[in-house]
Design a protein around this ligand. Structure first.
Ligand code: NAD
Ligand code: WQD
Length: 338
């Protein structure tokens, strides 16, 4: 298939690019680099041995999106492009609504205009909020707790309505749990701008000496060791699921919403220990107050993804830590300037 990756220069998009090219697809990356670096494109070329077709594009620009679709033909779109910081979304909700929801509407409009009827959408476990029980199934109650989560829920709903209105439009919503790790080459990985919000990139920056110590948000959660429990999923496993989702829409011509997780929760301190073992260095940390909005324990029931896509996570926490550390130690300051 000829596939457009919107937001394909970002963390997950770049890893999906590699898998899709390996599976023989023709893949075009579009991005506005609002949260990524042009340096990733050279790295993708190094990994795949081919130049990376790239289109600068801001999804907020409806005319540009529409013009771009008018000049190109695509069989499918994988839509990663979004702002993703929970804290920032609470400070600037309108920017999140405009970028994530407005950008998605422009994208769907461009697709509709040109008859592109296959979509794979990056959703998130954030749509479950604080789940009543774990593991979380797809039919659990949806309840968002911040504007970022709201955008994911609204986008799932908008896409669902479009599928209802056009029986030939098919979408797969992939609800990622906690992506972590990097491509085994160490050439691409997670490169957050500023202070990392998420646990794994923060640990990586402590390990490489960019930050003094990790703050563990809460030691009094009702969990095995008092720290928060999450379902960390290797980004290469996640990447593979996008290829499987594209095969699914092409083959089954149906819509689907699935969890992508391992089915196993691990605590902050368990992840810190696994990382320290993989990197063979101490990760200094101190336990501080809980982070507002956090929840005790979230992990997936990933069995639907297995049944529908034939997908399951293959890589464990050791591989996530080893690969994240390889990326960070080879690229202590992230991507080079392009
Ligand atoms: P990322 O920020 O690394 O990648 C997103 C990419 O989209 C970036 O390259 C950014 O420049 C681009 N982008 C943003 N707005 C754009 C716009 N208006 N026009 C064009 N490009 C735009 O994030 P990621 O971690 O790779 O996440 C990818 C997707 O997965 C996002 O939709 C995110 O919400 C979702 N998600 C991420 C996580 C996670 O923890 N990383 C978890 C669940 C869901
Ligand atoms: C994991 C655990 C923290 C940082 C977020 C979004 C979610 C999704 C994935 C996009 C928690 C603890 C963290 C730190 C810590 N993103 N922690 N010190 O909160 O599960 O999910 O990213 O869709 O929507 O909410 O991930 O990596 O921030 O936190 O102790 O410096 O690590 O309290 O228990 P989270 P996270």
């Amino acid at each position: 298939m000829r596939i457009l990756l919107c937001g394909g220069a970002g963390y997950i998009g770049a890893h999906a690019y590699v898998v899709l090219v390996e599976r023989g697809h023709e893949v075009i990356v579009a991005d506005n680099f609002s949260n990524s670096s042009p340096g990733v494109l050279g790295r993708l070329q190094q990994i795949t041995g081919q130049p990376v077709p790239f289109q600068p594009l801001d999804l907020r620009d409806r005319e540009a999106v529409s013009g771009f679709f008018g000049r190109q033909h695509f069989d499918a779109v994988v839509h990663f492009a979004a702002l993703k910081s929970v804290g920032e979304s609470c400070e600037r909700p309108l920017d999140y609504f405009h970028n994530n929801i407005g950008g998605t509407l422009n994208l769907l409009h461009g697709m509709q205009q040109t008859g592109v009827r296959r979509l794979v959408f990056s959703s998130s476990a954030t749509v479950y909020g604080d789940p009543a029980s774990v593991p979380v199934r797809e039919d659990a109650r949806l309840q968002v707790t911040n504007p970022y989560g709201r955008t994911k829920l609204v986008m799932e709903e908008l896409i669902g309505d479009l599928c209802l209105s056009d029986p030939d439009f098919h979408a797969v919503n992939l609800r990622y749990f906690n992506p972590a790790g990097a491509h085994a080459s160490g050439l691409i990985g997670e490169d957050p701008g500023g202070v990392p919000n998420n646990l794994m990139p923060y640990i990586c920056q402590v390990a490489v000496g960019r930050r003094e110590r990790l703050s563990v948000f809460g030691g009094d959660w009702p969990t095995l060791d008092g720290t928060g429990v999450r379902d960390y999923i290797h980004v290469m496993d996640l990447a593979r699921a996008h290829a499987d989702a594209l095969d699914f829409v092409a083959r089954e011509r149906r819509n689907l919403t699935v969890n992508l997780g391992t089915g196993h929760g691990i605590s902050v301190l368990q992840l810190v220990k696994a990382f320290a073992d993989a990197a063979a260095r101490d990760i200094p940390y101190q336990v501080v107050a809980r982070r507002p909005g956090d929840v005790a324990e979230v992990y997936a029931d990933p069995s639907l993804a297995h049944r529908m896509l034939g997908w399951r996570a293959e890589l464990g926490v050791e591989a996530m830590c080893r690969d994240a550390w390889r990326w960070q130690s080879l690229n202590p300051q992230g991507y080079p300037a392009a």
